[in-house]
Design a protein around this ligand. Structure first.
Ligand SMILES: [Zn+2]
Length: 407
């Protein structure tokens, strides 16, 4: 499971959630991830995530494996990550829909012409219809993106050795969900490209907004998810992709309404899963501050008040992954009158709590830039409230994520 930590101070608190899960018989590998976008906003570099992960593992004596994920990297951003990461999320969504050279498309359609017809995939009830035209259409949409992924993969493999890394290809930051037939031929193209992919992040149906629950048709999601699992299992057999190829769910934090269908599907099939929950640890820091001390609460309020003022600027890089109703955002005056419990209850993701405010939560989710600008003023406050912060960080990962998804 992926965890993120924008300010790099909660590695131990995060790891202790994995330890507790392990004590309860739930083995999950922690993967620390931080995207290029987050590094730029906070002003950190890839080495900081490696340092944090190694240090947390050392201090807590974690015996299991763990990884450091270069999240959403492209050919022009990968280099600084190569020395410090051993998990690479290759993001080629920007190339989806751009046509590959016609002879490459022809070579692909010729190679896979044998798959034209009705395809029966174990685990999918209705047979899939595959026509030559459909394969060509998929190649037109995705082949160039997969070729780009191949370039990035080879650049990393040359420097680091492919066997020392995990490779993920992410297609999630795009408009349209991929169908099972899309997935099958994308995986075929990835196999052709020679990428030993271990996780693939499709775009699923519905909205995966940052820090709040899934918005969409849960039954439809469950069906697609199970179909994608079936396609992955089939692709391992038929395309010679690595045995431990898994689905990866991005923006997976807080998606409470789909955790149960995910849990059932992976338990039923025995499939592995990677789910990224990055980003929410920062909100637990704010919750910990609001409960930890009067000064902590004051600082948390300042972050909110400034975020209100700078709404457009903060929201802009995230428009496709948040939905904030501005009318439901409490005013600065209202929030300034709150006590710590009120602030925590508005922010903490407990949907059944009438005080919970998903609009405030999403705004603060993208408001980390303000805390980053506070620099030591913010970091020092988090350190001074370390116990209250750590308790909330651990509880969020353990109770609201690990146990619900993998329990
Ligand atoms: Zn993603």
């Amino acid at each position: 499971m992926g965890v993120g930590d924008r300010f790099g101070q909660q590695g131990e608190a995060q790891l202790s959630a994995f330890e507790e899960a392990r004590r309860r018989g739930i083995e999950v590998v922690p993967v620390w991830n931080k995207s290029n976008r987050e590094h730029k906003t906070v002003g950190t570099g890839p080495e900081s995530v490696r340092r944090e992960a190694d240090e947390a593992v050392r201090v807590r004596g974690w015996q299991g494996s763990y990884y450091v994920d270069a999240d959403h990297i492209a050919l022009d951003s990968v280099d600084p990550y190569i020395p410090h990461s051993d998990f690479f999320t290759i993001d080629v969504a920007a190339y989806i829909g751009q046509a590959a050279p016609p002879d490459a498309v022809r070579a692909f359609t010729d190679k896979h012409a044998q798959r034209v017809g009705t395809l029966q995939i174990p685990g999918i009830d209705e047979p899939l219809d595959v026509s030559a035209a459909r394969i060509e259409q998929i190649a037109d949409t995705f082949l160039l993106a997969v070729q780009e992924a191949g370039k990035i993969y080879r650049r990393i493999a040359e420097q680091k050795g492919a066997e020392n890394c995990i490779f993920e290809v992410s297609l999630d930051e795009t408009e349209k969900p991929q169908t099972p037939v899309d997935m099958l031929f994308i995986l075929a193209a990835i196999a052709d490209e020679g990428i030993p992919i271990q996780t693939i992040a499709p775009k699923f149906t519905g909205r995966f907004n940052k820090g709040v629950d899934y918005v969409g048709d849960v039954e439809q999601f469950a069906k697609e998810f199970e179909q994608d699992l079936a396609v992955v299992a089939y692709a391992i057999q038929e395309l010679g992709l690595p045995d431990n190829l898994k689905l990866s769910v991005h923006s997976g934090s807080d998606k409470f309404s789909i955790f149960e269908p995910i849990r059932q599907a992976i338990n039923k099939t025995g499939a592995g899963l990677h789910i990224k929950t990055a980003g929410t640890t920062w909100l637990e820091e704010l919750i910990g501050l609001s409960l930890g001390s009067t000064e902590g609460l004051e600082l948390a309020k300042q972050v909110y008040v400034q975020a209100l003022d700078r709404f457009d600027e903060l929201v802009e890089p995230y428009t496709s992954v948040i939905d904030i109703n501005r009318e439901r955002l409490p005013s600065a005056t209202a929030v300034n009158a709150w006590n710590g419990e009120q602030f925590a209850a508005a922010l903490r993701h407990v949907p059944s709590d009438p005080q919970f405010n998903p609009d405030l939560r999403q705004l603060l989710h993208v408001g980390y830039k303000i805390a980053a600008e506070m620099g030591e003023g913010y970091l020092g406050m988090v350190r001074r409230n370390a116990a209250a912060v750590a308790e909330n960080v651990t509880e969020n990962i353990l109770e609201r994520h690990l146990l619900r998804i993998f329990g």
